[in-house]
Design a protein around this ligand. Structure first.
Ligand SMILES: *Cc1c(COP(=O)(O)O)cnc(C)c1O
Length: 351
């Protein structure tokens, strides 16, 4: 029946999301969800938003949420864009900024949605290898491009770039958009948002899925110069003018306003990450330095896919990528202390 498809749909290679098993009672350490729930204030705001007003369309400009993000970062509302997940915000950014006649630059080991969006929008890309320590070396990106995109910290490695390295790139690369995907920045990094007033070509994208524990709500944001934001609005209003529903707007705004809860849950995740890292190292794993809510680890004597299978048989799910250079790594999300103990105890039986 695929004769009904538009011809280019045949050439698409869609993203493969991490598994969301239907079974309960699993220890789910495979998709970097937050082990702690969303802010109780966000939950209350969403419950209050479930009322007769749902017969009405939501605010297409999402002003309440843009104000909450702007307040959090000390920005103007015109410097903020919001969308239905950061994946959607990224898709709009690829469409708005990267369709020029030079290649988009991104790392060989990175968020695997980037090549998918290149396929969707017909964007040529040039893949820049990570260095021998699995780190991004931004001086490798000083070359002709239609744009540059990388996560900071990178996924799935967890490795963080200091803000000075990003600023050094921005000083040299002034003619195309540099997009920093900060899905994990709240777990130990310094946000590049503070550079957007100086660098009109810097776009910072964030999500409420990880550090604000709202993966199920689907909300993301971008911060940058008002001209970049206007470019995103043009694409968004050519695609879906009401991407965020009333419940999501209420919940996401309240989550951004509840700074105390947010900081507390990030601190707990960071503390458990250190326990996880030390526990894995004690079992003979090499663990890349992580500033995210996951670690990337390999064992010198045990095959990663076998370890993943053995864990799975005990109901513990971690992520394994069958990709050159990283096929011996496991990506393990930081769970609660109890979940991490369970994982370390199980691994101990196999290594
Ligand atoms: C999780 C993740 C996203 C997507 O976040 P959503 O808002 O849930 O779509 C984007 N970029 C990276 C690097 C991620 O890990």
């Amino acid at each position: 029946m695929s004769q009904f498809w538009s011809p280019f749909v045949r050439s698409l290679v869609p993203y493969t999301p991490g598994e969301q098993p239907k079974l309960t009672k699993l220890t789910k350490l495979n998709t970097n969800e937050n082990p702690y729930g969303p802010s109780p204030k966000a939950l209350a705001a969403m419950q209050a938003a479930v009322n007769d007003d749902l017969r009405l369309y939501p605010d297409p400009n999402c002003d309440q949420l843009k104000n909450a993000v702007a307040d959090y970062y000390g920005l103007e509302r015109a410097q903020v864009f919001v969308g239905n997940s950061s994946d959607e915000v990224l898709a709009h950014a690829f469409c708005a900024f990267f369709q020029h006649d030079k290649p988009l630059l991104f790392p060989d080991i990175t968020y695997s949605f980037y090549p998918v969006y290149c396929g969707l929008y017909g964007i040529e890309s040039k893949i820049i290898p990570l260095d021998e320590n699995f780190a991004i070396n931004l001086s490798d990106y000083e070359q002709q491009n239609s744009g540059i995109i990388f996560p900071n910290p990178n996924a799935p490695t967890g490795c963080l770039l200091p803000l000075e390295a990003i600023e050094a790139l921005l000083r040299k690369n002034t003619d195309t958009v540099v997009l920093v995907d900060e899905a994990y920045i709240d777990f130990g990094g310094e946000s590049a948002v503070k550079l957007i007033n100086q660098y009109p070509n810097l776009l910072v994208v964030q999500t409420l899925s990880k550090s604000r524990s709202l993966a199920g709500l689907r909300v993301g944001a971008a911060m940058g110069n008002p001209v970049l934001i206007e470019g995103l609005e043009r694409v968004k209003n050519s695609f879906n003018s009401y991407p965020l529903d009333r419940v999501a707007l209420a919940g996401a705004s309240a989550a951004f306003a509840d700074k105390d809860y947010f900081e507390d849950s990030c601190a707990k995740v960071i503390a458990t990450r250190e326990v996880l890292t030390q526990g894995l190292e004690a079992l003979g794993f090499e663990v890349l330095p992580s500033a995210a809510n996951f670690v990337f680890a390999r064992h010198a004597h045990h095959d990663a896919s076998e370890l993943a299978l053995q864990l799975r048989q005990e109901g513990i799910i971690v992520r394994h990528f069958k990709q050159a250079r990283i096929e011996q790594f496991l990506r393990i999300s930081v769970g609660t202390d109890e979940e991490i103990n369970l994982l370390l105890n199980e691994l101990q039986k196999h290594v």
